[in-house]
Design a protein around this ligand. Structure first.
Ligand SMILES: [Zn+2]
Length: 132
């Protein structure tokens, strides 16, 4: 298996750089793992494949961050939400381009891609959500 196929956060972000949202799917039990891990979180199989996800979903919960980790302090206050995609997968991310008072549970959001060289998880500037 080549480096670019490994089921790691690093590979996940390589795909994000190509503007693709990818998850690992277990060939044994069908579980989809996001963010990807090298082993299925349900059956521990390592027989995984990459699948590409649609980039639109709905907001299921959110919070406004006033006191941020050091690397995000310049962005505070900002909104971090959990977005659920059609297939039930959930991904945390920063929500941009919306006023705090306009954020609503269930609103449609679209995943957008930014730029960052950070390889830490989560790297909010690698991708973010904005209202559709
Ligand atoms: Zn599995």
């Amino acid at each position: 298996m080549s480096d670019e196929q490994q089921f790691t956060i690093s590979t996940f972000y390589n795909f994000v750089n190509e503007k693709r949202l990818m998850a690992a799917k277990c060939s044994a039990c069908g579980n989809v793992i996001l963010p990807p891990k090298p082993m299925c979180t349900q059956c521990l199989s390592t027989d995984l494949n990459w699948i590409e996800l649609e980039c639109s979903g709905k907001l299921v919960s959110y919070t406004v961050i006033h006191v941020a980790p050091e690397q995000f302090q310049s962005l505070a206050p900002y909104i971090v939400g959990i977005v659920e995609f059609k297939n039930g997968l959930r991904l945390p991310g920063m929500i941009n381009d919306v006023h705090f008072e306009d954020v609503k549970i269930g609103m449609d959001l679209k995943l957008c891609f930014g730029t960052s060289t950070s390889s830490q998880w989560p790297s909010w500037s690698r991708y973010f959500f904005r209202p559709v």
